[in-house]
Design a protein around this ligand. Structure first.
Ligand SMILES: Nc1ncnc2c1ncn2[C@@H]1O[C@H](COP(=O)(O)OP(=O)(O)OP(=O)(O)O)[C@@H](O)[C@H]1O
Ligand SMILES: [Mg+2]
Length: 286
């Protein structure tokens, strides 16, 4: 049985999925719980006219994928493996209902070589019921702070909760980033007698208030607050250069677009140099 203490990884035989396994095994080592490796086997397996030996070969290939993934896990980590027939996005989204965290590689065995992130990773990140980590970058477990994007709305609460819990487990700091868009540029603001720095200070105050309960809860975690003007993706990508992990919400305030993933999470999933955690607000899942 799976529980919220379970960290589930999708494995498909790719190197990228093995990086995801390495990241997830370290997560379990640091935070406890159990690691679950899941492979979604092609639904062709269910076709009634397939020869028995083709079915057997497919099943053997599936178990080879999970066995090879299990080999990169420290034997002290509690581990279970599972093969499920179905499309990878459907199987993994269903897994997310019983997992505390779902971990994926950026790419798999399919797709165009030039794609930065595959369709399974995007679909699962959009639809998962639990937080998802897409393991980007050359080194899955690299040092550095946890960078978190704070929109400044109530959706920031579960995002900050995850960021601080990860930072505390890793013994690193949190860099909390909030950006805002001035409706006028510097020159117009100056001629209208508007001091944009005053607005920076207002946003800074709001960010400090949002972070304050987490500072109190995690006194061991050093915090840096960053307020900047412009695009959240640009600033988060800059800050992610030295980060161990970047944590963002699934959607920002532009949820009326109907998209399940906002532009910030999209940009990070495509370009971040480190693993990206996407945390959907509970109300978004409802
Ligand atoms: N069949 C599968 N079973 C389990 N996990 C999978 C499966 N396919 C993909 N994944 C997970 O999703 C991650 C990203 O793979 P994805 O399928 O998105 O990329 P791709 O194969 O390069 O592109 P695409 O499938 O869009 O052609 C993998 O690293 C792995 O963690
Ligand atoms: Mg694929």
């Amino acid at each position: 049985m799976t529980t919220t203490r379970t960290v589930t990884v999708g494995v498909d035989g790719s190197d990228s999925a093995l990086d995801a396994v390495r990241w997830a095994a370290e997560e379990v080592r640091l935070r406890g719980g159990r690691l679950r490796l899941v492979h979604a086997e092609s639904p062709l397996f269910d076709a009634p006219d397939l020869e028995r030996r083709v079915r057997t070969a497919l099943r053997e290939a599936s178990w080879r994928v999970v066995r090879e993934a299990a080999e990169v896990v420290d034997p002290l980590v509690e581990l279970e493996v599972h093969v499920e027939v179905g499309g990878p996005a459907q199987v993994l989204a269903a897994e997310s209902a019983h997992a505390g965290l779902l971990v994926l590689g950026t790419r798999g065995l399919g797709g165009f070589a030039s794609l930065a992130v595959g369709s399974t990773a995007i679909a699962v990140t959009s639809h998962a019921a639990c937080p998802v980590v897409v393991v980007r970058g050359d080194k899955p477990n690299r040092p550095g702070p946890v960078v978190v994007g704070v929109h400044g709305d109530p959706h920031s609460v579960p995002v900050l909760a995850k960021a601080f819990a990860e930072a505390s487990a890793r013994g690193v700091g949190v860099v909390a980033v909030h950006t805002w868009h001035p409706v006028v540029g510097d020159v117009v603001a100056l001629s209208a007698g508007i001091d944009l720095a005053e607005y920076d200070a207002l946003h800074g105050g709001r960010l400090a208030r949002l972070v304050s309960p987490w500072r109190t809860k995690y006194r061991d975690v050093p915090v840096e607050l960053v307020v900047d003007r412009g695009s959240a993706s640009t600033v988060l990508l800059e800050r992610a250069e030295d980060a161990a992990l970047v944590v963002v919400g699934g959607r920002g305030r532009n949820s009326l677009t109907g998209l399940l993933l906002g532009s910030t999470s999209h940009a990070l999933l495509h370009h971040a140099p480190c693993p990206v955690m996407v945390v959907h607000a509970p109300s978004e899942d409802a």
